[in-house]
Design a protein around this ligand. Structure first.
Ligand code: CP
Ligand code: NVA
Length: 318
């Protein structure tokens, strides 16, 4: 799809979940991201201000969005609930209404996905999901770019996610099937992905020719996989569960043994931050099959594509 057509389709929309987009739109965003990575000089955010409203810590999402906005000619404002009246009880809806009068887009990192949806409902500007407890779509758009670069394609690529059925597992399921991949998720019993996300992924998979498998057996998931992917066992907000989870997730680590079960040319991915010795060994993370730093870099390029397509005015990409 031409950038101009994609821009016309996506302009003004929210980016809350990958499931809101068609396979063609996702592929188009990846092409735009690759163009930015190759040095496309467009400045579609000239004169625009993007707010980043974060209720949780962030290194990659915050910095890559701020740099992306700057490099696209715009200005970013980092906002936390502690600085805003939101932290003193001003309603989410009022915050959304007011920020819409100043900003041209809002990137949000929060706990409940419903809060993000409420912000989006009351905001007149595009709202972008910078991570909720349910989903992390910006990460997965960057991950699709990384897999495409490393494997030369997405359709049919086998990706095994080993660990918690969390926001990353959910967005990998949705993004993976939109891209026609085979997505396998291995979690300990009781930590599986939410059934409604799995059902949605199955529905999309039927249309795209993709496949999903959810199992409790990490070796089964990893067998012959092209990509092994993991994430922390205790996500932000689950700190009090960390110790119990360390017990429950023993055996769900990406280590040399699990890597040996994957395809010989398999790559290892992690959204970061990593806990060495828990979900991944220090050796695998530092080893030749890990692509995590390229993966982190691609956050910048993928988010430029999102910003340019949601905010860019007609002709701003040419
Ligand atoms: N992967 C990711 O979203 O990292 P941050 O929490 O540092 O933003
Ligand atoms: N599942 C992790 C992802 C961090 C990028 C969390 O939500 O903390």
């Amino acid at each position: 799809m031409e950038d101009r057509e994609l821009n016309a389709r996506l302009r003004g929309r929210d980016f809350l979940t990958l499931a809101d987009f068609t396979p063609e739109e996702i592929a188009g965003l990846l092409d735009v991201a690759a163009g930015f990575k190759a040095g496309c000089p467009a400045a579609p955010l000239a004169g625009k201000t993007v707010g980043l409203l974060f209720r949780k810590a962030s290194t990659r999402t915050r910095v890559s969005f701020e740099v992306a906005v700057y490099q696209l000619g715009g200005h970013s404002l980092f906002l936390t609930n502690q600085d805003l009246q939101l932290g003193r009880g001003e309603p989410v809806a009022d915050t959304a209404r007011v920020l819409s009068r100043y900003l041209q887009a809002l990137v949000v990192r929060t706990f409940a996905h419903e809060e993000l949806e409420e912000l989006a409902r009351y905001a007149d500007i595009p709202v972008i999901n910078g991570l909720t407890d349910l989903l992390h779509p910006c990460q997965v758009l960057a991950d699709l770019l990384t897999v495409r670069e490393k494997k030369g394609k997405l359709a049919g690529v086998k990706l095994a996610f080993i660990g918690d059925g969390n926001n990353m597992a959910h967005s990998l399921l949705l993004g993976g099937v939109l891209a026609g991949m085979e997505v396998r998720v291995a979690t300990p019993p009781g930590y599986g992905p939410q059934p409604r996300i799995v059902a949605r992924a199955e529905e999309i998979a039927r249309q795209t020719g993709a496949a999903i498998a959810v199992t409790a057996d990490p070796r089964q998931a990893a067998a012959g996989a092209d990509v092994l992917y993991t994430d922390v066992w205790a996500s932000m907000g689950q700190e009090t569960e960390a110790e119990a989870r360390r017990n429950d997730f023993a055996g769900y680590q990406i280590n040399d043994t699990l890597l040996a079960a994957a395809a010989p040319e398999a790559v290892v991915m992690h959204c970061l931050p990593a806990h060495r010795g828990e979900e991944i060994t220090a050796g695998v993370l530092a080893g030749p099959q890990a692509v995590v730093w390229d993966q982190a870099e691609n956050r910048l390029h993928a988010q430029k594509a999102i910003l340019a397509m949601l905010l860019g005015e007609e002709g701003s990409m040419s």
